[in-house]
Design a protein around this ligand. Structure first.
Ligand code: BTN
Length: 246
């Protein structure tokens, strides 16, 4: 990974830049990095704050030989890779909130956005968008985000090297992706579960099919979240927003 890197000063979203390259046949591991994004996007159609020079805003191209329904596994793999990369550069305790938000003391420091293209129920490519709030200061965040978000600099008390982070992310991604290709999802699942802050506590899940309350107990083989309902039954959720409290 990272043999083919494009660095931009300003883009709308690195996701769109990489999608164009992917459609032209760019190889797996191609990386697009931007100093600044003017329309960075997050999950659920939200905006992603991406000020110039203060974060790692980048998109990585994967071309996995994986059936479409297993895409959630890659989402979880990305969370594990990113959290391992960050802790290698900054010794902070990072928790993974399902599926792939990274938290320090309950506040979000990083987010991941997977966008994919498929054909005949197979993935053609996956664009893994990685946003790490590295050296943002409190004034870089909109007021309403300050309760929920934090940067590595704010959490660690000093500025962090973005190039060290990028190198660590590529290294961890490459390692875990190789492990996934050799041994399948099982080892990734174990790593994810070990770093999760979502398991074994009551949550409210806002799914496209409605609101579910229960206690997540683990992941299934496909990467879905297994939620224990009040009647003891297990329901598996593949897409949802997690809120606290039951
Ligand atoms: C989320 O937590 O909602 C996901 C945030 C993903 C942000 C990254 S920054 C690089 C890439 N380009 C984007 O427009 N979004 C992702």
């Amino acid at each position: 990974f990272g043999r083919n890197i494009r660095v931009h000063a300003v883009v709308g979203s690195t996701q769109d830049e990489l999608r164009a390259l992917a459609e032209q046949g760019a190889p797996e591991g191609t990386l697009v990095i931007a100093e600044q994004q003017t329309s960075g996007r997050g999950r659920m159609g939200r905006a992603w704050v991406s000020p110039a020079g203060k974060g790692v805003w980048m998109s990585l191209l994967l071309r996995p030989i994986v059936p479409l329904p297993l895409t959630p596994q890659l989402t979880l793999l990305a969370a594990v890779a990113l959290s391992r990369a960050i802790t290698r550069v900054v010794p902070l305790e990072i928790g993974i909130k399902w599926p792939n938000d990274l938290l320090v003391n309950g506040r979000k420091i990083s987010g991941i956005l997977l966008e994919s293209a498929a054909e005949d129920e197979r993935l053609r490519y996956v664009i893994v968008g990685l946003g790490i709030s590295v050296n943002l200061d409190a004034e870089d965040y909109p007021e309403e985000l300050l309760q929920k978000a934090v940067s590595l600099k704010m959490a660690a008390g000093h500025a962090i090297s973005r190039s060290d982070l990028i190198a660590a992310v590529l290294e961890q991604f490459e390692q875990l992706y190789a492990l996934y290709q050799e041994q399948g999802f099982a080892p990734i699942r174990a790593l994810w579960e070990a770093h999760s802050v979502t398991l074994n506590r009551p949550v409210t899940l806002y799914t496209p099919q409605g609101v579910i309350e229960g206690v997540p107990r683990g992941l299934d083989d496909m990467g879905g979240l297994q939620v224990e309902l009040s009647d003891g039954n297990i329901r598996t959720v593949y897409s949802a927003e997690v809120g606290a409290g039951g």
